[in-house]
Design a binder for this molecule. Structure first.
Ligand SMILES: [Zn+2]
Length: 149
């Protein structure tokens, strides 16, 4: 069971430096986005090697804006591409509301802009969208922003 969970987990993380809130030791934290058991969310975790204090924050959705921006800068932007079959733009717009809290009009605008080369989101956000579309029966894949159809 644990093994299955690991195989289904998709994530992108960035290391960052902080000072332990308990003892003041330098600590390297890790924060980013993940999909675990089909659930998209963010995390921010660190453990102090000096005093053992553990911090483990996580939640649903894309997480703090600076995490998103860091992930986009480090790993690049991505978009969805139709592999075959029927167009799922309307379904994609609906899912973008759940994933990134876009309004329907904003989601459609972002999807159009992504087709023209703009990034739609981080690798994990777009993968969450692709998985949601696949559950609906639409064959989409994650590709780098700016790549050809
Ligand atoms: Zn500490």
């Amino acid at each position: 069971m644990e093994r299955e969970r690991e195989e289904e987990m998709i994530y992108r993380a960035l290391d960052y430096q902080l000072t332990c809130s308990k003892c003041g030791h330098d600590v390297t934290g890790s924060r980013g986005q993940q999909i675990v058991m089909e659930k998209f969310g963010w995390f921010d975790e660190w453990q102090c090697e000096n005093c053992g204090l553990v911090s483990d924050d996580y939640g649903d959705g894309p997480g703090p804006e600076d995490v998103r921006e860091g992930l986009l800068a480090q790993f690049g932007g991505f978009r969805v591409r139709l592999v075959e079959g029927r167009d799922g733009t309307v379904a994609a717009a609906r899912h973008l509301r759940e994933i990134l809290d876009y309004s329907p009009a904003e989601a459609i605008g972002r999807l159009r802009a992504a087709k023209a080369g703009e990034p739609l989101g981080t690798a994990v956000e777009v993968e969450a969208l692709v998985q949601a579309l696949r559950r609906d029966g639409y064959a989409y894949e994650t590709v780098a922003a700016g790549s050809e159809d």
